[in-house]
Design a protein. Structure first.
Lengths: 316, 318, 443
């Protein structure tokens, strides 16, 4: 009998304690959530803003002069994460035209404030086997439809949008670099030190962080090719696509079945371009489902030149 | 000795042949050679031209007078050289407009004015150049005298699945159908204009007929924005636009609807969410139960008075 | 596996002798103070190195855009591996009914607690933005192996703490009454002893709690090292793209952990004069255990290297070449031969399973285990699918820096400190259990 009473008491006290613990957990997590919400709402202070113009200059202008569609940070975050509706962007790279001019590389590094050894877009000299032709291959992020980098991110800092583009939120990235390990194309880079245009400790960069441009870059976070998401909203081609002088890049929307050449500005049917030129993709057997197509290096109008990059002799 | 000389001569001739072959001549149609600009090349014009040159031309032709052009075949050449200065304005305008091989077609990239500005800039490096009098710029009289207004309109023939572009010209208030006018048709895409078929000429009734592709995607209702333009420099920029539901409607389902390993947390595969939460829940429930039992142990010790315990029972903890 | 008679003590004892032997080391001696002082200084220096890393960014390491995971990650794997030994000794061997592990179990749990507690700090030291650690809990994605890893390691640590604490309760109850213990420690003992008065109900709670936890910890512990192996195995990279990474890592963990325990046994046996409790027999048994787990690990190693070597796929061929004959050949063969194969062969001889020789062998095994994890992490990153071009020379090969080494040593020092403190202020050999297994009355 005493036994029963004891068990009832202990059961009751156990449930009391469980309830207390549960309440504690709820209260604790509510508190954490509130704190998080507070952090997210950033008020814009200061009257001047630093902006990056389309041709890569850093200017400081009155905030009032900025067009109203440049939203505050939380709106930029939201539209950056959602992406453009009804579009699925693709890139086509014509390997027959690439002469390793590297204008794509430099215009991208300029727009995203990268150092010379940091690449969102790199141009590699490829040769599959000793008897096959050597060629130059531009390598951006492939914006895969089954992105291994997005799968492994612990904090949803890198994400896929409805328009196919994979972006990185440098306000959230914790710098664990799992995504770098996961990417088989080595498309991602990390800011091992303060980024190129960092202002130093005493100054604050007033520019509103736009996840579609990923500027200002941040130390301790990841960066990569964004398919120039900031330009696409305005119907402008990505930085690399426009900068190429040799007609290597086509960029467009597979829903519209059209891609536009960055050099000639000619628009062609995507399906026809891929079919007529026997397009292929990089390592599709890995199941990544990339969004970049390559046209084989056939009928080249110039000889292939193997080059040595002096940066490979330096240490950084 | 004689044989050696002969051999050398033959080699020289053959080499010449090769060099000549690689510099295939770029012929300009005679009616284009005489074209000239309709405005004066001032310093401001040349300055504008310099900006355009640096953006569009310097990557292959290099700086003018610097001879740092790209080693392509055929060679772009330095625009300051005689190869360029001996050509007419019309030659240069034609070549920039049409392009050839690696040189792009600038017809849709630069307006006519912009092309003339580049030529103005290039000409500033040709010492003996004198600009032909701009007033003498002749408008082509075929298709109507100078001052004629030409208007375009677009129609869709649903039986034949063709787009019809109708050109009418108005001269002193009298409207007539304009025949023999070259029309080019585009569909607006997000980044540029997609050309439909080839340039078509209007027939005697002023109609140019374009077969329209049956598999071109439009918006969700099948709408596309059409642009019809006159494809020559006689009438300047004459074009018209129309939005018509003549293409294939597209329905795009969001890539983010599906559950996937790469999705956001709420779009994780169901089995994964259940396994994770289930495992964590069960294990931590057990942990909390045991912590609860320890509390009870603590209570038992404080409640009970010292009791004899049966120490002969060997406790087997493992 | 054990003989009929429990040989937990070398000669028959009574409770008083037990108390003297097993609590005798608990005091704040000068040698202990000197030891902790030394460790604190060392830790201070290492933490200063971490401060430099925080200030300047991870550029102070040898990591760059191609080898983006290096010594910090291999150290982390080593930590998770070593913490698994608690499960092996207490749970696997314990549940099976092995008796000779009684004096060793607490040492194993102390090691498990220390390593699993500090493992998280190793990962934090590798993060680019440690200030955003909370994001993992607020925004954590169920699909990320990192979230799984954080979850299981935390869970394992909590269970290990409980498995250290609960069997300790009776010993604390005995100890709180002893005269030779410092007063403050007796107070701590009293609180933590949770009013244990050796009543049947209390004994039942302790027995059932331990049993439940031992069963619970097996899947949890298997998970921690399997999930940690998945940090690598979920990536399409040569050397990591393996289906057997889970059992490969788990079996390797037992090797590293066994070596750790042997080393700890030897150190405490000598400094705390526990020759009668950690006897030659125990070392002999641990030696046999080490041979067994090492053989299993060797089996997995053969699978991991022989099978890709047979096929010689392009990227794998490059990777294997670097290990067998290239940049990492010396490290690879030293760890495999000196850290695995030679110890197996030596430990087959009974003479080698005596305390001193086995201690030296265990040191070699542990050192080999640390470098083996380096071999697993780094060479793969130096051989990606696409060529490495247009980057500085030091991007192509990895060399850890001095600061990186200091930040790597810091958590090792922390583990040593935790083990030292716990071993110093607690009876390392379970008193209550030893007493009861030898038929000694404890009340």
């Amino acid at each position: 009998m005493a036994e029963d009473q004891n068990t009832t008491n202990s059961r009751r006290s156990f449930f009391e304690k469980l309830g207390l613990a549960g309440a504690g957990v709820v209260a604790g997590s509510l508190a954490m959530y509130e704190a998080y919400q507070y952090e997210q709402i950033k008020k814009t202070e200061g009257k001047k803003v630093k902006l990056l113009t389309a041709d890569g200059r850093l200017v400081e202008i009155d905030e009032a002069h900025v067009q109203s569609h440049t939203e505050d940070t939380s709106n930029l975050q939201e539209r950056g994460r959602v992406g453009m509706e009804g579009k699925r962007f693709v890139m086509v790279v014509d390997l027959a035209k690439c002469r390793n001019a590297r204008k794509c590389v430099s215009s991208c590094q300029n727009a995203h404030e990268l150092r010379p050894e940091q690449y969102h877009m790199n141009v590699l000299q490829m040769q599959e086997s000793p008897n096959t032709a050597a060629y130059n291959m531009p390598k951006p992020c492939q914006h895969c439809d089954n992105p291994p980098c997005v799968s492994v991110c612990p904090v949803d800092a890198t994400f896929k949008r409805q328009d196919g583009i994979v972006l990185i939120d440098n306000e959230r990235c914790i710098g664990c670099r799992f995504c770098m390990a996961a990417c088989p194309y080595n498309a991602r880079i990390f800011h091992w030190q303060e980024p190129k245009n960092a202002l130093g400790e005493s100054k604050v960069d007033e520019r509103k962080y736009d996840v579609e441009l990923n500027v200002p870059q941040k130390k301790g976070t990841i960066s990569k090719c964004l398919f120039s998401a900031d330009r696409l909203r305005e119907g402008k081609l990505p930085y690399c696509v426009e900068a190429c002088p040799n007609g290597v890049y086509y960029f467009g929307d597979e829903v519209e079945d059209s891609v536009t050449n960055g050099t000639t500005k000619e628009t062609v049917r995507l399906s026809k371009l891929l079919k007529d030129n026997s397009a292929f993709q990089l390592m599709p057997e890995l199941g990544t489902k990339p969004r970049v197509y390559y046209l084989p290096a056939k009928n080249r109008l110039f000889p292939f030149e193997k080059t040595e990059d002096p940066i490979e002799k330096t240490n950084v | 000795m004689k044989q050696r000389l002969l051999l050398a001569l033959i080699t020289l001739i053959l080499l010449d042949f090769q060099v000549a072959k690689s510099q295939t001549p770029w012929d300009v149609p005679p009616e284009k050679t005489t074209k000239i600009a309709s405005f004066k090349f001032t310093d401001e014009v040349r300055k504008d031209g310099e900006v355009i040159y640096k953006k569009n031309c310097v990557s292959c032709h290099g700086g003018i007078g610097v001879a740092n052009f790209q080693p392509l075949v055929p060679s772009p050449g330095d625009p300051a050289t005689e190869k360029f200065s001996k050509q007419t304005d019309g030659d240069l305008f034609y070549k920039i407009t049409t392009g050839r091989m690696l040189m792009p077609t600038f017809k849709d990239i630069l307006t006519e004015e912009e092309r003339w500005k580049v030529i103005a800039y290039v000409r500033s490096f040709h010492k003996d150049y004198v600009q032909p009098n701009p007033d003498k710029a002749v408008a082509d009289t075929t298709g109507g005298a100078k001052g004629t207004k030409v208007k375009l309109s677009i129609n869709f023939n649903s039986e034949r699945k063709t787009v019809e572009v109708i050109a009418t010209s108005e001269d002193k208030g009298v409207k007539t159908m304009a025949a023999g006018v070259d029309i080019v048709l585009f569909v607006k895409r997000h980044f540029g204009k997609l050309k439909i078929d080839e340039t078509k000429t209007t027939n005697a009734s002023g109609v140019a007929v374009f077969p329209f592709p049956t598999d071109l995607p439009g918006d969700k209702d099948g709408n596309v924005e059409l642009i019809a333009k006159i494809d020559n420099d006689k009438f300047g920029e004459v074009f018209t636009e129309a939005k018509m539901p003549i293409a294939t409607p597209t329905q795009v389902t969001s890539l983010l609807e599906q559950r996937a390993m790469w999705g956001v947390r709420s779009k994780a595969p169901i089995w994964l969410i259940l396994s994770y939460l289930g495992a964590v829940g069960i294990v931590w429930l057990v942990i909390f139960i045991i912590i609860g039992k320890l509390k009870k142990l603590h209570e038992l010790g404080s409640k009970k008075t010292t009791q004899e315990s049966d120490t002969s029972i060997p406790t087997n903890h493992h | 596996m054990s003989s009929e008679k429990v040989k937990n003590v070398a000669k028959p004892v009574d409770l008083e002798i037990l108390k003297r032997d097993l609590y005798g080391h608990i005091n704040l001696s000068t040698s202990f103070k000197a030891w902790m002082g030394f460790l604190t200084l060392l830790l201070g220096g290492c933490l200063f190195a971490y401060f430099i890393q925080l200030k300047n960014g991870l550029i102070v390491t040898g990591l760059r855009d191609y080898v983006s995971w290096g010594m910090y990650l291999s150290n982390f794997v080593f930590f998770v591996a070593s913490s698994l030994i608690g499960m092996l000794i207490s749970a696997v061997l314990g549940l099976v009914g092995i008796k000779w592990i009684t004096p060793i179990a607490r040492i194993a749990e102390i090691i498990a607690v220390a390593f699993s507690a500090v493992a998280g700090l190793v990962i934090v030291s590798d993060m680019g933005r440690p200030d955003r650690l909370l994001n993992v809990f607020i925004h954590g994605r169920f699909q990320s192996p990192i979230l799984w890893d954080v979850t299981v390691i935390t869970t394992y640590m909590v269970i290990s703490v409980l498995l250290l604490f609960i069997p300790l309760i009776p010993d604390l109850a005995i100890g709180k009454k002893l005269d030779n213990l410092p007063k403050w420690l007796k107070k701590v003992y009293s609180i933590l002893a949770l009013n244990f008065i050796d009543s049947p109900e209390q004994r039942k709670i302790i027995a059932s709690s331990i049993r439940t936890l031992l069963i619970l910890i097996v899947p949890v512990a298997l998970s921690i090292h399997t999930v940690t192996s998945w940090l690598f195995a979920v990536n399409s990279r040569p050397g990591w793209d393996s289906t057997i990474f889970g059992p490969y890592f788990v079996s390797g963990a037992f090797v590293a952990g066994s070596a750790c325990v042997i080393i700890a046994m030897y150190v405490f046996r000598n400094s705390y004069k526990l020759k009668d409790y950690l006897t030659d027999f125990h070392f002999n048994q641990m030696g046999k255990l080490l041979v067994l787990v090492a053989l299993v690990y060797l089996y997995f190693n053969i699978n991991e290297y022989l099978v890709p070597a047979y096929k010689m796929q392009k990227a794998e061929a490059h990777h294997l070449h670097e290990l067998f004959a290239g940049r990492y050949a010396v490290m690879f063969w030293l760890t495999q031969l000196g850290g695995l194969i030679l110890p197996i062969l030596l430990l087959l001889l009974p003479k080698m399973r005596k305390p001193k020789p086995i201690f030296v062998i265990a040191l070699a095994v542990l050192l080999g285990a640390w470098f083996k994890r380096f071999i697993i992490v780094v060479p793969t990153m130096e051989g990606p699918f696409l060529p490495i071009q247009h980057v500085p020379h030091n991007y192509m090969f990895y060399s850890p820096t001095l600061i990186e080494t200091a930040v790597t040593i810091a958590p090792i020092v922390m583990v040593v400190m935790i083990v030292s403190v716990l071993a110093k202020f607690l009876p390392i050999i379970p008193v209550y259990e030893t007493a009861h297994e030898n038929g000694i009355v404890t009340k």
